[in-house]
Design a protein around this ligand. Structure first.
Ligand SMILES: Nc1ncnc2c1ncn2[C@@H]1O[C@H](COP(=O)(O)OP(=O)(O)OP(=O)(O)O)[C@@H](O)[C@H]1O
Length: 322
């Protein structure tokens, strides 16, 4: 038997309650290294809550003993929520666990090294960008805190890394993000934007940028600490349609070129079809199906996953999965 590699991030028996309301209900999920996992589902399904637990922003609640909701099984694997199939020998209150490289980590009081490895990009970039800080400070803060440039790096070294990050997210390119993404970051010195332009960007504050540019800065901020896992929660839904594609291409490129493991929360099945290898479908706080994207998009699906896919097809999947 071939051993499965240890997932880089694993959530076990995660339940989150807000008062009496259960937003996430005993969810287990494994994220293999280098994989892009799309988490889809209707509004209020618990996607963001689960993402925040994974990112260490909120703690899971100890699982309760509430009755299981009816499952919505399909031919697709439906193993995400462990309330399905409760048996007589099953522990009635399994302990919530979060594992990084197979090692349990504290839900929110993580070590600095653990925090560095899992970064999150939010729907609204403004939530992660301090409006009174320059882009230079926004990018430098994490790398100095986490020592990614070694102890006491010079200003020149920090600035050079900040400029590199701007390139990485396509800021400073004369013709915008598309060039950098298309080139897969194989930019030679001749392709680099003039240093003065980049320094000008670094000196500015977030309000001086468009929504799409701010989201690129937020992605650069996350990358500044060289994470292994990037959790992106609806990273394009607050952006103009015209720049959504650029930001998604950027995420896909980053994943490919930097070996990032990606957890992408989205309503958009077309995006999942294009970017993700794995899909988890959430409904009512549970994962009702999960498995390879190819199966999800190309096999007949029963139950909720099928309904979701049909609904997406009816509004035309941009990724052409129909
Ligand atoms: N801080 C909170 N206090 C109380 N209820 C909350 C809180 N955060 C989320 N909820 C509720 O938990 C449920 C799940 O919310 P969550 O944001 O995780 O869903 P979602 O699938 O990400 O939805 P959307 O796609 O609309 O963002 C919703 O009913 C929401 O109203």
């Amino acid at each position: 038997m071939i051993d499965e590699p240890t997932p880089i991030l694993e959530l076990r028996h995660i339940t989150v309650r807000y008062g009496d309301f259960t937003a996430v209900d005993d969810v287990s999920l494994a994220l293999p290294k280098g994989v892009a996992l799309g988490i889809v589902g209707e509004s209020g399904a618990g996607k963001s809550t689960l993402a925040r637990v994974a990112a260490g922003l909120i703690a899971p609640t100890a699982p309760g003993t509430g009755s299981a909701r009816p499952g919505t099984g399909s031919g697709y694997r439906g193993m995400g929520s462990d309330r399905h199939g409760v048996g007589p020998d099953r522990d009635p209150a399994p302990r919530a666990e979060i594992l990084l490289d197979g090692m349990p980590i504290a839900p929110i009081r993580r070590t600095r090294a653990q925090r560095r490895r899992i970064q999150m990009v939010f729907q609204n970039p403004d939530s992660s960008l301090n409006p009174s800080h320059t882009v230079r400070r926004i990018l430098a803060e994490g790398m100095l805190l986490h020592g990614t440039l070694g102890p006491h790096p010079s200003h020149e070294r920090v600035d050079a890394r900040c400029r590199e990050l701007l390139h990485m997210v396509g800021l400073g390119e004369s013709d915008g993000l598309g060039t950098a993404v298309a080139a897969g970051f194989g930019l030679g010195p001749a392709d680099l934007a003039p240093r003065a332009d980049l320094d000008d960007i670094l000196d500015r504050r977030p309000h001086a940028f468009s929504g799409g540019q701010r989201q690129r800065i937020a992605i650069a901020r996350a990358l500044a600490v060289e994470p292994d896992v990037l959790i992106a929660d609806e990273p394009t839904s607050a952006l103009d349609v015209s720049v959504q594609r650029d930001v998604l291409d950027l995420l896909a490129t980053l994943r490919r070129t930097r070996g990032l493991t990606l957890m992408l929360i989205t309503h958009d099945l077309g995006v999942v079809n294009e970017i993700c290898d794995e899909v988890a479908v959430m409904r009512g706080g549970e994962i009702v199906a999960n498995g390879p994207a190819a199966t999800f998009f190309h096999s007949p699906l029963a139950g909720y996953s099928g309904e979701l896919l049909d609904a997406a097809r009816s509004v035309a999947l941009p990724g052409g999965a129909a």
